[in-house]
Each structure stands twice: as structure tokens, then as C-alpha cells.
Design a protein around this ligand. Structure first.
Ligand code: ADP
Ligand code: X2W
Length: 294
């Protein structure tokens, strides 16, 4: 055997105990908008998800699409801004958000996974009464004045009810759910939910064995730009308060903290721009990224 074949064989042998440990377990993978776009990466991601299903693991994909929504809003001449990592969402914006997330991006991911020989099914919170949301109520402390401020984010929602019936049904079937973070409210409105928050709610409801966040950075970085391999809840809160964790990383880290609280066993933020990031994280010793610990 040449060196390359030996390396491949040892990687396969290494994967087996991980496959056995995750058999019949649910893994929620949040596929961030920043990790999408490159065709080779998209194909590798879809292959990883297909391979998990074929190995007897139960993957659920929750996707984002922030940059893609931004581009569509720009095309339509609609201005958009973020507060505390969340897009302020008026009626026109939520219509575009639903179109981009539950429409084009969702179906693109479904098609990629199906091209790998699997049966993916595209859903959003509205399908099968899966998720109901309420208007998000966020309070933040203004760092300049130190005064607490309530944010009015419009049609930004927080998932308040998750019904796992449909997901349980799919877990027992050949199908892989691919879910867009849009959900109805009991008030009849449609809500735009941050994809990280949505993934956390799904992972909590199904008591996932792992929740992976695929993003465009190696994980949570410290003030010097160095990767933090293990981040405690207390440390995470301090880094949000002092501004080291900012923008889109805030809802991600807040979700990790909540997911740990809800009993999700392992929560990792990692670089989705690395080929086969999901397989490397789950099935080898070479897990990268930031592991959140209590
Ligand atoms: N401390 C930090 N460590 C790493 N990334 C951070 C940090 N603070 C802010 N960020 C930003 O968070 C981004 C990831 O969040 P986001 O843009 O919402 O990505 P995604 O689309 O994957 O959800 C990074 O690209 C980075 O710009
Ligand atoms: C309320 C809110 O901010 N919703 C997000 C939903 C998409 C998302 O979260 O996408 P990423 O994971 O790619 O960032 C938005 O409108 O951009």
C-alpha cells in the first residue's frame, strides 16, 4: 500500500467507532449563508449529509442565507440594517426573506443533497405545524450610556413552540429535512428568525446529540484573532459584553448557551469553508472549531 492509501484506510478505520456512537442519533447542522456559494464546497457539504444518513445517523439541516437576502433586498432597493446581529424586518422585508430562504436557497440545498442519491425534503417552520414564533423582545445595554434599551426589530421572531411530530416521522423514513428559518405566529404574521436561533430550537426539541454551526471563520476568535478551542458559558458572556464577540457571532454563541441548557450534548462552531467540515468534525479525531462547554 502506498502512503496515501494507508492514510485513507486509517481514516476509514478511525471513522467506524464514531459512526457506531452516533447510530440512530440526531445531528443538527446549521449551514450558514456565509459558508454557501462555492460549488465544490456545496457538493462536499451535500455529500457529507448524505453519508451521515447512509451511515444510520439522522441529520437535520437548518440553513441561513443572510448575505443572499441582503443581495436581494439591495436589488429591490430596500434598505436593511442589523441590530445585535438581527435584521430589522418590516413587512416588505419579511416577504423577501421568506422568498429567498424558504424558496430559492432551501430548494438549492435540497437539490444538492438529492444529487448525492438521497431524499431531502425542503421545509420551513410553517410545515407540519413545526415551529410557532412570537415577536422577538430583545433588550441590550448601550455600551456608551450603560442604559438598557428595548429593540423593536419588526417581524423578527423567536421560536416559542416546536412540535417534533414531523421531524420524528422523517427520522424514521429515508428523508432528510432541510429547514428554512421562517415561522408563523399565532397572530397570523410570518416571522423572520435568525437561523442560528432556529437551529438551536430544533436541536433542543429533538434532543440532538450534536449541533454544528458551519460558518466562515474557524470558530470563536479571541481579541487577538486566535481560535478559542473550548469556550465556557461564563467566558462567552464576558466576550459578548466586552465586544470581542460581535455581529452575527452573537446569536450563534447565545444559541449555543441555550442549546447546552436544553440538554443538547455537544455544540460546535466551525469553518464551513473547509471541504467535508461535517465529516471531519463528527467522524474523525480532527474536530476543529470552538466547542461550547458549560
Ligand atoms: N469573536 C468572533 N470570532 C469569530 N467571528 C466573529 C467574532 N465576532 C464577530 N464575528 C463575525 O461573525 C461572523 C459569523 O457570523 P455570521 O456572519 O452571522 O455568519 P453565518 O452566515 O455563518 O451565520 C464572522 O464572519 C465574523 O465576521
Ligand atoms: C432575524 C434575522 O437576522 N434573520 C436572518 C435569517 C437568515 C440567517 O440567519 O442567515 P445566516 O445564518 O446566513 O446569517 C436574516 O434576515 O438575515
Amino acid at each position: 500500500m502506498n502512503d496515501n492509501a494507508e492514510m485513507q484506510a486509517s481514516l476509514l478505520a478511525e471513522a467506524l467507532p464514531f459512526m457506531q456512537a452516533y447510530e440512530h442519533k440526531t445531528v443538527v447542522v446549521k449551514y450558514g449563508g456565509h459558508a454557501m456559494g462555492d460549488p465544490a464546497l456545496g457538493k462536499a457539504f451535500a455529500r457529507d449529509i448524505a453519508l451521515l444518513k447512509q451511515s444510520g445517523i439522522n441529520p437535520i439541516v437548518v440553513h441561513g442565507g443572510g448575505p443572499q437576502i441582503g443581495r436581494m433586498l439591495e436589488k429591490m432597493g430596500i434598505e436593511s440594517r442589523f441590530e445585535h446581529g438581527l435584521r430589522v424586518t418590516d413587512q416588505r422585508t419579511v416577504e423577501i426573506v421568506e422568498m429567498v430562504l424558504a424558496g430559492s436557497i432551501n430548494k438549492e440545498i435540497v437539490a444538492l443533497i438529492n444529487a448525492e442519491g438521497e431524499w431531502a425534503i425542503g421545509l420551513c417552520g410553517k410545515d407540519g405545524n413545526m415551529v410557532f414564533a412570537e415577536k422577538a423582545t430583545k433588550t441590550v445595554i448601550d455600551p456608551d450610556s450603560n442604559i438598557e434599551r428595548v429593540l423593536d426589530l419588526g417581524f423578527v421572531g423567536e421560536p416559542v413552540e416546536v412540535d417534533r411530530t414531523l421531524l420524528d416521522l422523517l427520522a424514521r423514513s429515508e428523508m432528510i429535512p432541510v429547514i428554512a428559518p421562517v415561522a408563523p405566529g399565532r397572530d397570523g404574521a410570518t416571522y423572520n428568525i435568525n437561523a442560528d436561533t432556529f437551529a438551536g430550537a430544533i436541536a433542543g426539541a429533538v434532543q440532538a446529540a450534536r449541533l454544528l454551526f458551519l460558518t466562515d471563520v474557524p470558530g470563536v476568535l479571541d481579541a487577538n484573532g486566535q481560535l478559542i478551542k473550548e469556550l465556557s458559558v461564563a467566558q462567552a458572556r464576558a466576550l459578548i459584553a466586552d465586544g470581542t464577540i460581535s455581529g452575527g457571532m452573537i446569536p450563534k454563541v447565545e444559541t449555543c448557551i441555550e442549546a447546552l441548557d436544553r440538554g443538547v450534548a455537544g455544540v460546535v462552531i466551525l469553518n464551513g469553508k473547509v471541504l467535508h467540515a461535517v465529516l471531519l468534525e463528527l467522524l474523525t479525531e480532527h474536530g476543529a472549531g470552538t466547542l461550547l462547554v458549560p
